[in-house]
Design a protein around this ligand. Structure first.
Ligand SMILES: NC(=O)c1ccc[n+]([C@@H]2O[C@H](COP(=O)([O-])OP(=O)(O)OC[C@H]3O[C@@H](n4cnc5c(N)ncnc54)[C@H](O)[C@@H]3O)[C@@H](O)[C@H]2O)c1
Length: 270
């Protein structure tokens, strides 16, 4: 159902890989709510070709950009502004990758080249995106940037591995840049800390099935779905949340503030 919450707004969506991606679902919701969007992903991900289906549905151009490459990001913002005929109102950063997770390295035996890549792709990339936009004055006043994160930034989830450190850094950059961009241009920057969700990135984490059903049992409302995450992002891009910035916002059915649930106690007593 459309309330035209994003009517007249223009946004860039990073990270739609396939139909399961949180970014994919968010792109659809943004367009449903009246926004115009540009889609972007790493050139290697675009080769899969899946994104063209989404681009067609959203009537959106696809502009390749590796988030670790400053020239790519500059080109992305410049071309997006040309396409829109002006500044961008919102940005979704829905990007994450760890080669240590992918290759099954333990946290106590990390490969440091991989670790650098994890930090660059999953955390510094937000700084790169923001610094590029800041330099080009590419985001409009009261614009909104949302990056996706996970509660492993605050609490230990052993198999989340070096992604936990990347998410802590991502959330810190959100606060630090949120201050600077707020002062400069009233641009707001927040992270959404999402429930475990079955996507390509999510399913790469060891023991993901156990993880997802534990979270489901622990959360009074159950796990938040990708579609519900997309809805939440829409509210953050809308004018209804203008004074929210520099926050890490839990979108997890209550998981983050539940000590233990009756369902988990019952399971332990078995
Ligand atoms: N799935 C979950 O359980 C979950 C929970 C909380 C937070 N998140 C976060 O949500 C975000 C989106 O992940 P998802 O679960 O939708 O999985 P996904 O695999 O669909 O999306 C990850 C995206 O990152 C992109 N990417 C990787 N390297 C890149 C690079 N160098 N340049 C540009 N893009 C690159 C991939 O191509 C992909 O589109 C990530 O930040 C993830 O950590 C996911």
């Amino acid at each position: 159902m459309s309330h035209n919450l994003l009517k007249g707004k223009k946004g860039i969506i990073f990270g739609a890989l396939d139909e399961k991606s949180i970014a994919w679902k968010t792109a659809l919701r943004c367009v449903e709510q009246g926004a115009e969007i540009v889609l972007t992903n790493a050139p290697i991900a675009l080769r899969m070709g899946e994104i063209n289906k989404l681009a067609e549905q959203c009537k959106a151009p696809v502009i390749p950009a590796d988030v670790t490459n400053m020239d790519d990001l500059k080109n992305l913002f410049t071309k997006s502004m040309e396409h829109f005929g002006g500044q961008v109102d919102f940005v979704l950063h829905s990007v994450g990758m760890s080669l240590n997770v992918r290759k099954g390295k333990r946290y106590t035996d990390l490969d440091y080249d991989f670790f650098h890549k994890t930090l660059d792709i999953s955390a510094l990339s937000l700084h790169r995106v923001l610094q590029t936009a800041f330099g080009l004055n590419a985001i409009s006043e009261w614009g909104s940037v949302v990056a996706l994160t996970y509660i492993a930034a605050q609490r230990v989830f052993p198999d989340y591995n070096d992604m936990a450190d990347a998410k802590s850094l991502l959330e810190s950059i959100t606060r630090s840049f949120g201050y600077q961009y707020g002062i400069k241009n009233k641009v707001r920057i927040n992270t959404v800390s999402q429930s475990p969700t079955r996507t390509t990135a999510g399913s790469g984490v060891k023991g993901f099935d156990g993880f997802i059903s534990y979270a489901e049992k622990m959360s009074p409302l159950g796990n938040a779905s990708g579609e519900q995450c997309a809805d939440y992002c829409v509210t953050l891009f809308s004018d209804l949340t203008k004074m929210v910035t520099m926050q890490n916002l839990f979108h997890d059915g209550g998981f983050s503030f539940t000590g233990v649930s009756a369902a988990v106690v019952e399971q332990m007593e078995k």
